[in-house]
Design a protein around this ligand. Structure first.
Ligand SMILES: [Fe+2]
Ligand SMILES: [Fe+2]
Length: 419
């Protein structure tokens, strides 16, 4: 057995003595495996130290017992370096992201060695390129009309967004619309009471919830739930939807947290929605052009290019432009459409800070492989983005910890519990 600080515990460790709060209430019994959720519970209840099964070799400290072996560290570094090949590792900020990503990968490989993506890369190397896509110019308006025609978005969502964007609608008017939909009302309360807001008291009425956090958070839920419902029929052979939404929700969460470093940009919810919807154009492409899109996945790995570059080569535009068109169709604010449109190349329209935040959030979650929207290589952190945002490398680890912390709650609200 070893005593270990809760700041050093990682998922997978086994508790060797019951963990209780200060009132003696059992939080986790002896023998239970540590999970991310459990770490969060320990933090909430202020548990400083716990006892875990000691698997240490003599002479090693308890915290060191859980560092993956050298060969796994080497393998994960090789793989992460390959995925970061377009980034400048001499930049201290980029290098810190690389270091954290590589260590995270090592823990994944150590825990689940069978899921080694380096091997699946080799499969790609050997497989003949089956679908060679031909250039096929597309019209985004046409694709979006087709998509909206296929999917169903409950009318209540349109009405809610219209009310949020109407300066004359009061909080009571908006609450009145939302309260007509039981699911939407429940989700608003769930979000307000989640780790996303960390409020001390429990909020149990809709008007109170909206008064506390404003109506913008309502847009978060409405756009998230609308987007999920619109694309729920995409077959899993084409894209793992759980993974897609995990990537998108993590990006939204990271963008929202990044925006908090800029006191003048108070509208954190808008960053969440932008992150949540930034890759939605990809779903429109996959749904309408499945065969062509499957070919792109192979092309990306074979030719070592970004998926958005392959999209542009094939369709004449990439998913960011299509996503911006959809945001427009949904009457989302113009600034949101811009953040979606420029999330690969921020600053092109003059609003560098806003678009850079979503861009950086996307790069971070891609690097860490939180979910997956189809991109394999880590997109480039452009020097002008780094310089424009003036962020220090020290923010990365706490930011990533907080994304991990909030992700599960938000995922459950937006996507529901996956089967
Ligand atoms: Fe993207
Ligand atoms: Fe993305």
């Amino acid at each position: 057995m070893a005593h270990i600080s809760t700041s050093k515990i990682v998922p997978g460790m086994i508790i060797s003595r019951d963990v209780k709060d200060q009132q003696g209430r059992l939080l986790a019994p002896s023998g239970q495996e540590i999970t991310t959720k459990l770490i969060r519970i320990f933090k909430i209840w202020g548990i400083g130290e716990i006892q875990i099964n000691n698997v240490a070799e003599p002479g090693k400290e308890a915290g060191d017992d859980f560092s993956p072996p050298g060969d796994i560290l080497k393998k994960s570094e090789e793989l992460t370096r390959y995925r970061f090949q377009y980034n400048d590792l001499n930049d201290p900020f980029v290098f810190e992201l690389f270091r954290i990503s590589s260590l995270r990968k090592a823990h994944q490989l150590w825990k689940k060695p069978e899921s080694n993506p380096l091997d699946s890369y080799r499969e790609f190397e050997q497989a003949p390129l089956q679908v060679r896509t031909r250039s096929k110019r597309i019209n985004p308006e046409h694709l979006i009309q087709k998509t909206l025609h296929l999917g169903t978005i409950p009318d209540i969502y349109y009405k809610t967004i219209a009310a949020i964007n109407n300066p004359e609608a009061s909080l009571n008017d908006i609450a009145g619309i939302v309260s007509k939909d039981v699911t939407l009302s429940a989700k608003v309360l769930q979000l307000v009471n989640s780790s996303f807001y960390s409020l001390k008291q429990k909020v149990d009425t809709l008007t109170w919830a909206l008064a506390l956090v404003g109506t913008n958070q309502l847009m978060t839920i409405v756009s998230g739930v609308s987007a999920v419902s619109l694309f729920k029929n995409i077959p899993s052979q084409l894209l793992n939807m759980v993974s897609f939404w995990e990537h998108s929700i993590a990006c939204g969460t990271a963008a929202r947290l990044l925006s908090s470093y800029y006191p003048r940009q108070m509208d954190a919810e808008r960053f969440f929605v932008a992150g949540l919807l930034h890759d939605i154009g990809r779903l429109i492409l996959i749904q309408n052009l499945p065969k062509e899109y499957l070919g792109l996945f192979q092309q990306v790995r074979k030719e070592e290019i970004f998926l958005f570059t392959a999209e542009t080569n094939t369709f004449g535009l990439d998913h960011s432009q299509i996503g911006a068109h959809l945001a427009n169709q949904w009457n989302l604010p113009e600034s949101l459409g811009k953040m979606i449109k420029h999330h690969h190349f921020p600053g092109l329209d003059g609003s560098l800070a806003e678009t850079s935040i979503v861009n950086l959030a996307d790069v971070i979650v891609n690097a860490l492989e939180i979910g997956n929207s189809g991109e394999y290589f880590v997109p480039i952190i452009e020097p002008h983005v780094r310089q424009g945002l003036k962020l220090d490398k020290e923010i990365l680890q706490p930011l990533i910890n907080e994304v991990d912390n909030q992700l599960e709650d938000i995922f459950e609200i937006i996507y529901g519990i996956p089967d």
